[in-house]
Design a protein around this ligand. Structure first.
Ligand SMILES: Cc1cc2nc3c(=O)[nH]c(=O)nc-3n(C[C@H](O)[C@H](O)[C@H](O)COP(=O)(O)OP(=O)(O)OC[C@H]3O[C@@H](n4cnc5c(N)ncnc54)[C@H](O)[C@@H]3O)c2cc1C
Length: 448
């Protein structure tokens, strides 16, 4: 073999997954180069500036059972900087904003009848105890929820909530999606107090995590290339070639953490089945407004919305978790709209979206004046989460490709659609067993 140094690994994509993967490969004794298109590492976990606040572009919390995330924080020296707090939840339905923090609040909800409430409560209890969601991957989420909660329960409660996360893709998703969300909620309430405990890294949130990660990567000798979009990846006799505006680099192995559609666009030499798998992934996108206010809302970290006329699909009052002192006394709110690829909101300007969203926020919180809004910023990402369609496990992209030395490891390999850092790191754990860490040539693999 010539032209490539032994045991060189490139990791494409410098989101949390790419960075964690680079650290794992370095621990395994590999020479690692991390290649990221953006000027900064971080991807979806990146921070932004809005209204004089620097904080996560998209809201992030840590749950007590996010063991892989907590282990990563320990590794980069932030293990003791996670603060845990109980939060309150709101529920907006039929023009009324109500608390939803336990059985009493739940029973007081007017928009759902008593029988439906009991059926929903039973489902939440039973689903939280299901450990293996694999059989649910074969049933549509609509069919499963209707079976448990009846048509009224589905129409009044679940349909708006599902639409909130999946838009029109809700009709294509499997029951594993809602099961995994319920289970996450169930586990979050498993503590002694039976209240949801959410965590965040003090003094900066994910911006601090990303700074510490970057320092760790550099300290451990990982080469970090930012501002370096990958345009072509292909196998050659010398190794796996990666083309960027800076030229061609050759590595013995390349692991791409890019979204699936980017892999399809840049990776050459894949076989037809691999291309079909990449092409078949249905991505959910997000359009999210970060709003800075000079006054708090209702103090609910999360408000569920069942009014489908609202242009966003939930309200996340981050400062209800962190305290407004984290933001110089200001309130930071996120208004996410999860969207399909053909959602009409993609065509709207940021200004148009900002106006609509603030207007709608005042429908939920009529006491908010437009002068209370200090700043608003709209962010959009098309490929955020792979929709867990029915039978997704059998069709999801695989880690090992037919191009020797080229691997795919990304969040599209989360089978049940719960996009979070811990699940993403779970994909990494599984992939580490498949990467041929002992492989030292670029020859084709023997047939299985
Ligand atoms: C609204 C929202 C809320 C969330 N809330 C939470 C939460 O509360 N808790 C939680 O744990 N998780 C949460 N998450 C999920 C979390 O952000 C993701 O799990 C995690 O950031 C995914 O990291 P990743 O590295 O897999 O992907 P990404 O962050 O998407 O990284 C991919 C990287 O590849 C780069 N790239 C793309 N194309 C190229 C190219 N051609 N060349 C080079 N680089 C390229 C991108 O710039 C990007 O940096 C949330 C996500 C969103 C969107």
């Amino acid at each position: 073999m010539s032209g490539v140094q032994a045991d060189t690994w490139a990791v494409l994509g410098g989101g949390i997954l790419g960075q964690a993967l680079a650290l794992r490969l370095q621990e395994a004794g590999k020479r690692v180069t991390l290649i990221e298109a953006a000027p900064e590492l971080g991807g979806l976990a990146m921070a932004q500036q809005v209204g004089g606040i620097t904080y996560d572009k998209f809201y992030h919390v840590i749950l007590p059972f996010d063991k892989r995330t907590l282990a990563l924080l320990d590794d980069i020296g932030l293990g003791d900087d996670v603060e845990w707090r109980s939060t309150r939840t709101g529920f907006f339905s039929d023009g009324r904003l109500m608390p939803l923090n336990g059985a009493f609040d739940y029973l007081r909800l007017r928009s759902i009848g008593l029988v439906t409430k009991l059926r929903v409560a039973y489902l939440l209890m039973a689903a939280g105890r299901i450990r293996d969601g694999a059989p649910l991957e074969q049933i549509s989420v609509q069919e499963w929820l209707t079976r448990w909660c009846g048509q009224a329960g589905f129409d009044r409660l679940w349909r708006p909530l599902l639409r909130a996360k999946l838009g029109d893709n809700a009709s294509r998703a499997s029951a594993a999606f809602i099961w995994s969300s319920i289970r996450r909620l169930y586990l979050a309430r498993q503590g002694v107090q039976k209240v949801e405990q959410l965590g965040f890294v003090k003094n900066g949130g994910y911006a601090r995590i990303l700074n510490a990660l970057r320092d760790t990567l550099i300290a451990r000798g990982i080469e970090v290339q930012t501002n370096t979009p990958v345009s072509r990846v292909f196998g050659s006799a010398a190794g796996v070639c990666v083309e960027t505006p800076s030229g061609r680099q050759v590595f013995q192995n390349v692991v791409s953490t890019l979204p699936t559609k980017a892999n399809l666009a840049v990776c050459e030499g894949l076989d037809a089945e691999e291309k079909n798998r990449l092409d078949g992934v249905v991505y959910q996108g997000i359009i999210c407004a970060s709003v800075v206010l000079n006054r708090p809302l209702a103090g609910y970290y999360l408000t569920y919305l069942t009014d489908e006329a609202l242009p966003f699909t939930g309200i996340v009052e981050m400062s209800a978790l962190t305290g407004t002192d984290a933001f110089d006394g200001k309130t930071l709110v996120y208004l996410p709209r999860y969207v399909t690829q053909d959602d009409p909101y993609w065509a709207l300007s940021d200004e148009g979206i900002a106006l609509q969203f603030v207007d709608a926020l005042r429908k939920v919180h009529p006491d908010v004046a437009s002068t209370d809004v200090l700043d608003i910023k709209v962010s959009r990402v098309r490929e955020v989460m792979a929709v867990p369609t029915i039978g997704y496990r059998e069709n999801a992209p695989q880690s090992v490709t037919s191009v020797p030395g080229l691997y795919f490891v990304n969040s599209a390999q989360i089978i049940d659609g719960t996009l979070n850092v811990d699940a993403t790191l779970g994909v990494l754990d599984e992939a580490m067993e498949k990467l041929e860490l002992g492989r030292t040539t670029t020859e084709a693999r023997p047939a299985a």
